[in-house]
Design a binder for this molecule. Structure first.
Ligand SMILES: [Ca+2]
Ligand SMILES: [Ca+2]
Ligand SMILES: [Ca+2]
Length: 138
């Protein structure tokens, strides 16, 4: 009887522990790298430039509401900061083409990739440049 009780106790405390682990790790895993998991085509847990550009290209098409192949400041709002918009519009026509948009992506990517390995992990995406990049690709 005593033996059985102890066993149940073990099972109960193990389940509680397991439940606790699930509760503890679930939000952390979600927060860790939403954007990475979303666009990480080769599943190496990082984003390389090609993956970032592919995602950014799709994001550009979504932002381009009037489908004129450029983003005006209104369309770019929320994705491209004012400063980035200005810097990313070298021909100063007040709109961003996809090439200009992807050039901003590349620039931010290189800025966020502090150790220059050509990939961004979820930690690097939390940097200032990384977060700006996230807005461009997501
Ligand atoms: Ca990858
Ligand atoms: Ca447009
Ligand atoms: Ca332009």
């Amino acid at each position: 009887m005593l033996y059985r009780n102890t066993n149940i106790g073990k099972i109960v405390s193990f389940s509680l522990l397991a439940a606790g682990l699930v509760l503890y790790s679930a939000p952390a895993a979600l927060a860790a790298s939403d954007v990475v998991t979303k666009y990480d085509k080769d599943s190496d847990k990082t984003l390389d430039l090609a993956e970032s550009k592919a995602a950014a290209g799709a994001a550009f098409d979504k932002l381009d509401k009037d489908a004129d192949k450029t983003l005006d400041p209104k369309e770019a709002k929320g994705a491209v900061g004012k400063k980035e918009f200005k810097a990313g519009d070298p021909d100063k026509d007040g709109t961003l083409t996809k090439d200009e948009y992807l050039a901003i992506v590349e620039q931010l990517f290189k800025k966020a990739d502090v150790n220059n390995e050509g990939t961004l992990d979820s930690k690097e995406l939390k940097s200032k440049a990384g977060r700006a990049l996230e807005r461009l690709i997501d």
